[in-house]
Design a protein around this ligand. Structure first.
Ligand code: ATP
Ligand code: MG
Length: 389
């Protein structure tokens, strides 16, 4: 799996290097060729003897090409080119485009996050403390939060609500994506994200899948990941002083894989649990009644059923959607046939709906299996008792 990923990354980088050369961007080409070298070195680690040597030799070739392109040889024709490549002016440009893609305007508000009273309170308090200007030294502002918990419990939603409720720019970064897209350059990307956030501050920096760069199983860490990790640690050290207008939020489903150094640098560790009955009921209502489909069943009963089976917020939302689909199909058996008619007829079709019944929900339960097991929950609990705050 990992091998395959490396091969694909290598191909991608080589293609990009060639394209950059074609367009005359030597500096970009150099950085892609350097990544090619890094990837080959990584592959070499998995080999022995002659095969290892071969790989390393090819890697060296790529490093050599990269160096040449970077002006460390005399092969560049143009003075201007040389200056540009040597100072690396271009690099920042290349990545700032990429980094800009992470910035979103969030329109999520606290009202969009159903229930979760305690978790919301924790996060709101941390945010308020970080924003208050005038506080005694003994009152610590919280600028770095780690959220952990099962998938689909609203971690991303919470971060987006913090940003949206104050119209702060929201840097929403899927770390595995940043890692695979610019293998070997991801360290730079992380530091540029923080740089861009400082420029646009006040802002929220949200790094998702924090475990993908910070595995405590040190030996599995490849070179590129190690670089991202050390960049992140640098950014997080002295965070308060440097970034008083930035709030850092990290999220993970696997807190036990986190690097202890990352963990020690976050000021607040918050568990985002599976929904309780109240939260589950509100998520159901949000996706039915609030969206124009009534209920002919007590939502409390459906919510209790959801909690009993360990459904996450995302799964409950999907259950509501599936129940609606069951109802629509039940009420409109002619939909398939309708699809073959002229589009004007389809547009004028009057969709028949009714309130959702217990039966619709039970059919939905059959289609959606909860991902989180009792064993997972136990693991979160044990980890939280040791490391949570
Ligand atoms: N408390 C909630 N209120 C409203 N919607 C919720 C809630 N919890 C989850 N959801 C729904 O589930 C979706 C998934 O939530 P989100 O992406 O925030 O989960 P996550 O914890 O970040 O998951 P992952 O760990 O997989 O990244 C949300 O977009 C939302 O539609
Ligand atoms: Mg998420």
């Amino acid at each position: 799996m990992y091998e395959k990923k490396l091969r694909e990354l290598f191909k991608k980088n080589k293609k990009k290097a060639e394209a950059a050369l074609d367009s005359g961007d030597k500096s970009l080409a150099a950085s892609h060729y350097e990544s090619c070298g890094d990837i080959l070195m990584e592959q070499a680690k998995k080999k022995r003897g002659k095969a290892k040597e071969e790989k390393e030799k090819i890697a060296e070739k790529y490093y050599e090409i990269s160096k040449n392109l970077n002006g460390e040889s005399d092969s560049l024709d143009d003075e201007d080119d040389k200056r540009k490549v040597k100072t690396g002016d271009d690099d920042d440009e290349d990545f700032s485009d990429y980094v800009d893609r992470f910035v979103q305007e969030s329109d999520t508000t606290w009202d969009d996050v159903a229930g979760m009273t305690e978790t919301k309170r924790d996060i709101k308090e941390s945010f308020a403390l970080s924003a208050i200007d005038d506080k005694p030294a003994a009152v610590q502002g919280i600028h770095t939060i780690l959220m952990y918990g099962p998938p689909g419990t609203g971690k991303t939603l919470l971060a987006s609500a913090v940003a949206g409720s104050h119209n702060y720019p929201f840097f929403n970064v899927q770390l595995s994506h940043a890692l695979s897209k610019y293998y070997g350059e991801s360290g730079k990307i992380v530091s540029q994200i923080f740089q861009a956030a400082r420029e646009k501050a006040p802002a929220i920096v949200f790094l998702d899948e924090l475990d993908s760069i910070a595995m405590s199983r040190g030996q599995d860490l490849d070179e590129a990941t190690r670089r991202v990790l050390s960049t992140l640690l640098t950014e997080l050290s002295g965070f308060d002083a440097k970034n008083s207008d930035i709030m850092f939020m990290g999220a993970t489903n696997a807190p036990w894989d986190l690097d202890p150094a990352v963990l020690s640098r976050v000021e607040r560790v918050i568990y985002v649990p599976l929904p309780d009955v109240d939260t589950a009921r509100k998520i159901i209502e949000l996706n039915t009644i609030d969206d124009g489909i009534g209920l002919n069943v007590d939502p409390q009963i459906i919510a209790q059923e959801c909690v009993k089976h360990n459904y996450s917020g995302r799964e409950i939302k999907n259950i509501a959607k599936e129940a609606v689909r069951e109802m629509v199909n039940d009420m409109n058996p002619e939909l398939q046939e309708l699809a073959t008619k002229p589009v004007d007829d389809i547009k004028e079709y009057e969709l028949k709906v009714r309130q959702l019944t217990e039966d619709d929900f039970y059919k939905a339960f059959d289609h959606i299996d909860p991902k989180t097991s009792e064993r997972d929950l136990k693991r979160y609990k044990e980890w939280g008792e040791e490391f949570g705050s």
